[in-house]
Write a protein that binds this ligand. Structure first.
Ligand code: 6PG
Length: 240
């Protein structure tokens, strides 16, 4: 695994650069294998990125060949303002022409959270049969406490070795969530962390120490075994 860190003046520069990179990467991967598997996070940081992808790159990304999955989800209906799917729908999906069958939100209604997690894992295993394929790109954020996706400090899910998807109770609002786990996150071809703002500087400093324990800072547990890990960070998140 190689880790890279790229610094920007602010979130808007960072988002433009990531969007440019994603557009080029998707085009290259689709040209070689015909499909691109992308997993997206919620939160505020990636909103401008999604919007740029849905406007500037609306025509130049081959969206029909892209499958969009989610890194985590609040266990609320998709229409809820707390839903990550809803945020991605507003900032990206409503702007592009992508087949409905290429978009894979977590099921969040009509079944128990554990069953929803199991059902999502079954879907993923259909795409990534026997590890023959994997996510081309996973976009993650970092919380002030070092969490990523819905992998929070001290959670038992941090030691999950088999399941790719788990239902979790977290110290956040809302507490019930579904999340991808390290076994699938660490199989990605690429993982991009997007980190912006001075309130993230403590987490960033902790993460940059090589000795950090993923139990206290879960973002540190993400290191794709055979992939690239790129940190896209703005100045405030590095130095404040
Ligand atoms: C979510 C996320 C979560 C997020 C971080 C950072 O559902 O909120 O997937 O892990 O990436 O909390 O969020 P911000 O970008 O809003 O700081």
């Amino acid at each position: 695994m190689t880790t890279e860190l790229i610094e920007f003046n602010d979130l808007s520069e960072l988002s433009a650069a990531v969007a440019r990179d994603v557009a080029e990467f998707v085009n290259n991967v689709v040209a070689s294998k015909g499909v691109f598997y992308l997993a997206l996070s919620g939160g505020n940081t990636p909103r401008p990125l999604y919007h740029i992808l849905g406007t500037t790159y609306r025509e130049s990304i081959p969206w029909k060949s892209v499958h969009i999955f989610f890194c985590d989800e609040r266990f609320v209906p998709h229409e809820s303002p707390m839903s990550n799917f809803q945020m991605v729908r507003e900032t990206l999906l409503d702007l592009i022409s992508i087949p409905k069958g290429n978009v894979h939100p977590f099921p969040t209604t009509g079944l128990k959270m554990e069953d929803a997690a199991r059902e999502y894992e079954t879907q993923l295993r259909r795409f990534f049969t026997d590890g023959a394929d994997t996510f081309d790109l996973i976009v993650l954020g970092v919380g002030k406490d070092g969490h990523t996706a819905s992998l929070f400090p001290g959670s038992p899910v941090l030691d999950e070795k088999e399941k790719w998807v788990a239902g979790v109770e977290v110290d956040g609002v809302p507490p019930r969530r579904i999340t991808l786990t390290y076994p699938i996150l660490n199989h990605a071809a690429r993982v991009y962390f997007l980190v912006s703002g001075s309130e993230k500087s403590d987490a960033t400093k902790t993460l940059l120490q090589s000795t950090v324990d993923y139990h206290s800072c879960p973002s540190a547990g993400v290191h794709p075994e055979a992939g690239r890990l790129i940190w896209w960070v703005d100045r405030a998140a590095l130095r404040a």
